[in-house]
Design a protein around this ligand. Sequence first.
Ligand SMILES: NC(=O)c1ccc[n+]([C@@H]2O[C@H](COP(=O)([O-])OP(=O)(O)OC[C@H]3O[C@@H](n4cnc5c(N)ncnc54)[C@H](OP(=O)(O)O)[C@@H]3O)[C@@H](O)[C@H]2O)c1
Length: 280
Amino acid sequence: MPNIDPLTLTGTGVAGVQIPQIGLGTWPHTGQESTDMVAMAIDNGYRHIDTAQKYGNEDAVGKAVRKASVPRDELFVTTKLTNEFFGDAATVRAGIEYSLRETGLDYLDLMLIHWPNPWLKNYVQTCASLAELVDTGLIRAWGVSNFTPEHLQAVAVAGLDIPINQIQVDPLAGQPDYLAANAQHGIIVSAYSPTGRDLTLSDFPALREAAERHGKTEHQIVLRWHVQQGRIAVPRSANAKRQRENLDVFDFELSDAEITAINALDDGSRARLDADEYGH
Ligand SMILES: NC(=O)c1ccc[n+]([C@@H]2O[C@H](COP(=O)([O-])OP(=O)(O)OC[C@H]3O[C@@H](n4cnc5c(N)ncnc54)[C@H](OP(=O)(O)O)[C@@H]3O)[C@@H](O)[C@H]2O)c1
């Protein structure tokens, strides 16, 4: 049977927090459109929602979470810290409190450092601050996003174990060396833009043929490819049918040959944005 259990986050300050493997991406929707999308997703069975301070939709996402008929402790809310809140524990705490005010929630399940912003020279300190702040109960877990192997190594050298790294992974930008570096550090990868955003997935025989064999769509094949290899994925859809489709990936299993064929689609491309040059 495929594994439909959530994954467990562990790392410095994080003793074991369950995270659902499929979450709803919310960028770039804001306002009422975002609230409606998240409310619809929760009705469709989503229990993990991915937002960020920079998306300008924490308020809209929080509204849907607060109004949901599903109890708060059955929902998992991820948000992401922007660099104005990087630094010592007091500064990072102000960032957490900002997100709590925006969402109107009492706590956040996961706070990620959105981008390392290496030129600020304080992402390692910010990791330490987040790990320390788990004790406050304002966040249940912490992690990073867009960290390259070099950034991961710098955090490891400081003696900190990162629970999760959200990076761009799709069949063309498979980034096997990045996945290997995360695995080496025992870090769970969360894939953003997990279906390639604007890719026409049916163009690729490995995906089309697997979809035909399993009676699934190409999007479901790609999401299954993520979860079967132990990744979180946060596909975004504002459409009810496609939201349900993206969650319905736990009743079939790809063969090793199918996984290998999808891995072979990797064309060596990196994430759209270079974390050593871009950030906020
Ligand atoms: N950490 C970071 O720096 C970072 C960066 C980028 C993104 N993210 C997160 O990752 C999330 C997802 O990434 P993304 O939005 O770039 O890309 P994505 O989820 O790979 O693709 C979204 C696009 O796919 C369409 N779609 C979704 N399900 C589909 C299906 N079953 N069949 C056909 N089309 C489908 C959506 O359209 P419809 O809405 O019409 O279905 C939308 O146009 C974002 O929303 C955000 O939360 C994080």
